[in-house]
Write a protein that binds this ligand. Structure first.
Ligand code: ZN
Ligand code: ZN
Length: 171
């Protein structure tokens, strides 16, 4: 089994568990880079979320911003895409049992955001990532990256009837 990386996203919300229902606080994240799991590091991870004490635990709501590394399916270059991670989750506190798949607060009052952030980041990863909407991709004939300039394939590839027309136009 893989060695567990200590989470950098553990927060002590013990004070909030002791507070009256409805009490809320704003939490700001500002990581230049942070390791989420053995297979995911986010650069950066910023944003603000609100934590609110509810009858069943602590409710988190907010948006975190990050980027994901992608390999463009059109031009095959590595790139980055900006992603927004929308947090809208209740973390259950004992004795309230969490429904399967939901998150819990530790007995010590700590919440580990890493599994949630990882889940949200994975959902944001496009199945067919492209580096930018206007990516021109590669020439199917010569493999030239058309974002870096046109190749000569299509000039030589002109239809013979068009060649006649071009001669006429050249006059
Ligand atoms: Zn591309
Ligand atoms: Zn070409």
């Amino acid at each position: 089994m893989e060695k567990q990386h200590p989470s950098r996203l553990r927060f002590n919300f013990g004070f909030l568990l002791e507070a009256t229902l409805g009490t809320s606080r704003s939490v700001e994240l500002n990581y230049p880079t942070v390791q989420i799991s053995s297979d995911l590091t986010l650069t950066p991870l910023t944003g603000v979320f609100v934590v609110t004490r509810t009858g069943e635990g602590i409710y988190l709501s907010g948006v975190l911003n990050s980027t994901l590394e992608i390999n463009c399916v059109r031009c095959l270059e590595d790139g980055n895409i900006v992603v927004n991670l929308h947090i809208d989750d209740l973390f259950y506190y004992p004795p309230h049992a969490a429904p399967e798949g939901d998150y819990v607060i530790g007995e010590d009052g700590f919440i580990d955001l890493a599994p949630l952030v990882r889940e949200l980041a994975v959902l944001e990863m496009p199945i067919q990532p492209i580096c930018k909407p206007e990516c021109q991709g590669l020439c199917v004939e010569c493999g030239q990256n058309l974002n870096e300039g046109d190749c000569n394939c299509h000039e030589d590839d002109i239809d013979p009837r068009m060649a006649v027309l071009r001669q006429l136009l050249d006059l």
